[in-house]
Write a protein that binds this ligand. Structure first.
Ligand code: NAP
Length: 224
């Protein structure tokens, strides 16, 4: 077992529930953290593993911050919550990150009394039917689509209903998901504060490593 994955499944009489928080996390923000905590509570999870995507499928033409930086920010953001673990599993893998491969690895790693809950944005859930080995994904994990209030789920629900595979999807409404990574990146570029949008340690990392077009002369200023 990798050191950055939780020990679960020891008692064969007990069913354990492991959340896998999948996302690019470029950067991680409070919306992600609140969504994971809400999933932990609402779905009775034992742990949530944050797994930043290595080379995300479908983003080959977009610039994505290095896996090392996204993992470091994820680790900083999750370190004070005993329900959360950050894993380098996908960041360490060569090639494009496919969710089916991750779930296959985890299901082989853990005994059958460990259930997998893959948590991601509802926009991504709408696309899951077209992901590589979607049939395997449906077989290996429950899916959890986190959305902001007012988000129209019709597209996602139709895609899932029309899929030939038997997806089990739970939708979670998370008010804090009004925050998005693109909003944070735009604020950094404009020299604006990230306070209360992401943990201060993440903001510190962004400034120290000059991510997202940060303006160096604003170090130590109110922009932090
Ligand atoms: P995305 O398209 O960048 O994100 C779609 C939306 O969902 C965005 O609004 C995003 O907001 C939000 N979001 C993403 N992850 C979230 C999370 N864990 N909780 C709440 N909201 C979230 O999606 P992505 O980040 O590239 O991919 C999401 C996950 O799906 C990753 O684990 C990725 O590896 C997987 N995926 C797999 C395949 C495949 O296997 N073929 C294809 C695509 C994606 P923010 O920008 O604020 O995060």
């Amino acid at each position: 077992m990798r050191g950055d994955l939780p020990q679960l499944g020891q008692d064969p009489r007990v069913t354990y529930r492991m959340g896998i928080m999948g996302g690019t996390f470029d950067p991680i923000h409070n919306g992600h953290l609140v969504a994971a905590e809400q999933a932990f509570d609402d779905l009775g999870l034992d742990v949530v593993v944050f797994m930043p995507a290595g080379r995300p499928a479908f983003k080959q033409k977009k610039h994505v911050t290095s896996g090392e930086d996204r993992y470091a920010m994820t680790l900083l953001a999750t370190s004070d919550n005993p329900h959360f673990i950050a894993s380098r599993f996908e960041v360490d893998r060569d090639g494009i990150t496919y969710t089916a491969d991750t779930l296959t690895y985890l299901s082989e790693m853990y005994p059958p009394n460990v259930e997998l809950y893959f948590i991601t944005g509802a926009d991504a859930i709408a696309e899951v039917v077209s992901w590589k080995d979607a049939d395997k994904i449906a077989e290996l994990a429950h899916m959890v689509g986190a959305t902001r209030p007012g988000y129209d789920l019709a597209h996602a629900k139709r895609a899932i209903a029309e899929s030939p595979y038997d997806f089990d999807v739970t939708y979670l409404e998370v008010p804090a998901l009004a925050i998005s990574s693109s909003y944070l990146r735009a604020r950094v570029k404009a020299g604006q504060s990230l306070r209360y949008l992401t943990p201060d340690q993440v903001t510190g990392y962004i400034h120290k490593h000059q991510l997202y077009g940060v303006r160096p002369r604003r170090y130590g200023s109110t922009a932090l």
